[in-house]
Design a protein around this ligand. Sequence first.
Ligand code: DP6
Length: 351
Amino acid sequence: MTIYTASTTAPVNIATLKYWGKRDKKLNLPTNSSISVTLAQDDLRTLTSVATSESFSEDQLWLNGKLESLESERTQNCLQDLRDLRSKLELSDKNAIPMSKWKLHIVSENNFPTAAGLASSAAGFAALVAAIAKLYELPESASEISKIARKGSGSACRSLFGGYVAWEMGTKADGSDSKAVEVASREHWPEMKAAILVVSDAKKDTPSTSGMQLTVATSDLFQERIQNVVPKRFEQMKQAIVSRDFPLFAELTMRDSNSFHATCLDSYPPIFYMNDTSRQIVKLCHQINAFFNETVVAYTFDAGPNAVLYYLQHNETKLMAFIYQVFGQNQGWELKFSAQDLSAFKDYFAD
Ligand code: DP6
């Protein structure tokens, strides 16, 4: 009995121009294009190993050491698409091993707490799809494979690339042009750094999928965002990345985070992802930039209260001096602060 295996990692990506809204739920097609920065491989990532053998009797998934169900429609869609591509390859190459018909065993591990609300589904689906594509020796490009990851979780398609990534929304009804593309490699702008301030590691109150559906269905502001705001911002942000224009990149990133959270607040009933501490971080970032009379830092918030800060390496010392003073303790490169560590922060804003 032969067992065939493959492993791969996919890092977390953090959107600087947010995906929020679906125009097709089954194919996971977005209402707007988005842009993200993929974190480095050795920072926050999912490691996935897959095995297949004629002797396996069922598909199985172990997630962080626990046996999990593979029954979700999204996962099934991804597995089906990958098996279809493999069977196409087997038809064209008579020597190919017929593994498209065999069951899969999948082992997936995050090197960060899944509960910390740090976009684990993006890295998770990206690693799952990339590992199986590798096992199946699929010749398709990363952009092609990203369309499969997209069906697992929209943001996952962007984790197929490192560096600066755009998810082009596409216009076709079958989703064949809704895919991730590289805007620039990581090496293009090596000065860029990200820090994560973990405000709370509680599970988010409204999951992204249902949250964005509520926004699409009920927010008037959302229509303005997707029609008049994001298309222009998408082009400007790509340009800011290509020309390594940090002040522009930072302003667009902060404005887009604020715009996305404004549409959440404009949903009915409203969705609150940011909390008081998140808002204090926003205020602090603007104060830091004003204090130095320079754009030193940009913040962005996903569907939860935790902040991701972007800054350039040469500003790390002065930014962190400020942050340490306010937050106290540093627990590692990502500056993971727990809620308890924020007492000093509260004093800072006491006036
Ligand atoms: C706020 O990709 O988690 O992080 O496609 O329903 O799985 P589904 O949603 P998901 O939404 C991510 C939303 C976001 C913004 C972003 O990453 O662009």
